[in-house]
Design a protein around this ligand. Structure first.
Ligand SMILES: Cc1ncc(COP(=O)(O)O)c(C=O)c1O
Length: 386
């Protein structure tokens, strides 16, 4: 007898992660590969924060659960960070510490949307949004964007999508974005917040790449609306990827539902990671040093890509990505990436993860690795005929 298997689990795998594990195997087998595929810092949390982790384990080897929404002192520190970074006063009661921002997506989406609701997102966009929505029985409404709007949605594009396909219940923004590294200006964000207000749409703002900006700081939607859910993460600017910690800033009406969901679904975010996160706010000087390296890498990679004949690069203003149009070379980005890996030893991600319709003609390159690797990747790309 064939047993029932849920259709909602039929989401595609995350290609970037499949490539990541293939590259791990090749490196273990002795191949020399310059890694531009994985979206994570190549450095870890500052040493002083790690020393603090060691001290905490010695002091309290038990490491029990914390409150479901995170340790009080960490929530206060995150709130203080909003004051320092944005000059905004946020009540710590509105902050929920989560298991990565990925865990925050679950709490945020479940608290804001019902099965069947329609949530808009940019294409190209972070693929987990689309797959998360599907697994939760929500409908992703993809708004096709291009270089004209820096791969970001605008009120005009949203009006058109609604006119063509009907009302939406939610909108996900991501600035700086994955995969394009592009940003929405403060005026643009304000206009999108006003559009959501006027159309009764719940705004969800993924701000995990805040802090990683090269042409002026990113603005938070919290400046313009009190109704949005904001996602953030310790994985990117804070370089704590594997510690699996993020946070939400919640509108008042979702605080109680998210608390109840977090208690039932997660019990608590990881305790040791929360201690490290609490400490890491003392070491933003080290983290800012990482940002300076990413900026240098970005400039080296942009010049190198242009010299290697890649035109059509996204305006990489933040995060650590370029999105490149390779439509003049191929419409099979997966095969292109496989050849690039085999023949030149450079790993990048095909655009198909981010844009299922047009991603055959694009790739994403991540410049979060060591500068020497970016330089070597550029040498290899130039030498490779492609
Ligand atoms: C746009 C975006 N949001 C969220 C995440 C998830 O990050 P984490 O769960 O580590 O916080 C990522 C990871 O790459 C991302 O690119």
């Amino acid at each position: 007898m064939t047993l029932k298997r849920a259709r909602r689990s039929e989401v595609p795998p995350f290609r970037a992660l499949s490539i990541l594990s293939e590259v791990n195997q090749r490196i273990a087998a002795g191949q020399s590969i310059m890694r531009l595929e994985a979206g994570q810092p190549s450095v870890g949390a500052p040493e002083a924060a790690l020393d603090y982790a060691r001290e905490r384990i010695t002091r309290d080897p038990r490491q029990g659960y914390t409150e479901a929404l995170g340790m009080g002192p960490l929530r206060v520190r995150i709130a203080e960070f909003y004051q320092t970074r944005y000059g905004l006063s946020i009540d710590p009661a509105r902050i929920a510490v989560t298991v990565g921002s990925s865990g925050g997506f679950l709490l945020g989406f479940l608290s804001a949307f019902d099965a069947g609701d329609r949530v808009a997102m940019a294409a190209p966009g972070y693929p987990a949004y689309r797959n998360y929505l599907k697994a939760l029985g929500l409908q992703a409404v993809e708004i096709e964007t291009g270089p004209q709007t820096d791969y970001q949605p605008t009120p005009e594009l949203l009006d058109r999508a609604v006119a063509q396909n009907g009302k939406i219940d939610g909108l996900i923004l991501c600035s700086p974005s994955n995969p394009a590294g592009t940003m929405i200006s403060p005026e643009g964000l304000k206009a999108l917040c006003a559009w959501c207000d006027a159309n009764g749409v719940r705004l969800v703002s993924d701000e995990v790449y805040h802090g990683l900006t090269y042409e002026g700081p990113a603005e938070t939607v919290l400046r313009f609306t009190q109704d949005a859910i904001v996602f953030n993460s310790f994985s990117k600017y804070f370089a704590m990827t594997g510690w699996r910690l993020g946070w939400l800033v919640l509108p008042e009406d979702l605080c109680a539902p998210v608390k109840a969901l977090a208690e039932n679904l997660f019990v608590s975010p990881p305790t040791l990671a929360q201690h490290v996160a609490w400490k890491i706010f003392d070491h933003t000087d080290v983290l800012d040093g990482y940002v300076a390296t990413y900026r240098k890498n970005r400039d080296i990679l942009r010049t190198g890509l242009e010299e290697a004949g890649f035109s059509g690069l996204s305006r990489a203003q933040g995060a650590f990505y370029f999105y490149a149009d390779i439509g003049d070379r191929t419409d099979d980005s997966a095969a292109f990436c496989a050849r690039l890996l085999d023949e030149a030893g450079v790993s990048v991600t095909p655009g198909l993860d981010f844009d299922t319709r047009r991603g055959g003609q694009t790739i994403r390159l991540c410049y979060a690795g060591p500068t020497t690797d970016i330089e070597e990747a550029v040498r290899r790309l130039k030498a490779w005929g492609g």
